[in-house]
Design a protein around this ligand. Structure first.
Ligand code: NAI
Ligand SMILES: O=C(O)C(=O)C[C@H](O)C(=O)CO
Length: 231
């Protein structure tokens, strides 16, 4: 039995990841900030809901304690929760804007990973998938074709570059845990007013692939649904 905890699993890519991993036989725990939406998603999936706000130490600690008491361990942690943040131009963005985006996208991953690591270490094959973005790839940023049609969002892209780097650092630090970053690709969700060309199923291909790797799977990798992403 594989126990999988997913943040921001009440909708969009997080929900579709939960649905597909449940279908693949995982025991899925739907992590979500809003109790009503989280419970509704869990009910629809036949999964268990655990409240988690990734920006709140007490909420994250309580979520880990809840999972520790009910499931006892975690095999797969999917750090999916993320925000786009301000659409303001670079000369308008403020320190408060930066703090808001980094607090969810980067600090949130550190907070959740730190709290769930003891539960992951009880697994025979602990796996972490950090949902990053090709928009945080230096190579893609310099290739206009790769980011065409997307918003210019300096803080979001910087936060996702940090997510990918954090992934490689965790992977180096913890040889006993597989830590990889997924780029969903531009996907129609609430995140972007459903402007992305991909379906949520296409958008979760890389997340699901990395969440289901075996003991011989990669660590410190950055992949989209087609394979290795440029850093
Ligand atoms: N949709 C896209 O085109 C792409 C999305 N991504 C990434 O995929 C992830 C999921 O995005 P979508 O499903 O598209 O977005 P979404 O906005 O539809 O869903 C995001 C989820 O994160 C949750 N969330 C936000 N702040 C939270 C907090 N403080 N605590 C707990 N949960 C919180 C939301 O409640 C929601 O469930 C994000 O990390 C995003 O950056 C990456 C590349 C492309
Ligand atoms: O992270 C990505 O890749 C995104 O596509 C995020 C948003 O959907 C977006 O379009 C930002 O411009």
């Amino acid at each position: 039995m594989t126990t999988t905890f997913i943040t921001g699993a009440n909708r969009s890519l997080g929900y579709e990841t939960a649905r597909r991993l449940k279908e693949a036989g995982h025991t899925v725990i739907v992590g979500a900030r809003d109790p009503r939406r989280g419970q509704a998603a869990a009910d629809a999936l036949g999964a268990r809901f655990v409240r988690i706000d990734v920006t709140d130490d007490a909420s994250v600690a309580a979520a880990a304690a809840d999972v520790g008491a009910h499931e006892g361990s975690v095999d797969v942690l999917v750090n999916n929760a993320g925000i786009l943040g301000t659409h303001d131009a670079a000369d308008q963005i403020t320190a408060a804007d930066a703090k808001a985006v980094f607090e969810v996208n980067v600090v949130g991953i550190v907070r959740v990973t730190h709290a769930f690591l003891p539960l992951l270490r009880k697994s025979a094959n602990p796996v972490i998938v950090n949902v990053s973005s090709g928009m945080g790839s230096f190579a893609a940023t310099h290739d206009t074709g790769r980011v065409e049609g997307r918003f210019v969002v300096p803080l979001y892209t910087a936060s996702k570059a940090a997510v990918t780097m954090l992934t490689t650092q965790y992977a180096k630090a913890w040889p006993d845990v597989k830590v990889n970053a997924a780029d969903p690709g531009y996907t129609a969700t609430d995140f972007n007013g459903h402007s992305g060309p991909q379906t949520v199923t296409e958008g979760t291909d890389a997340i699901v692939a990395l969440a289901t790797i075996g003991r011989d799977g990669p660590t410190g990798a950055f992949r989209d649904r087609h394979g290795a992403m440029a850093w």
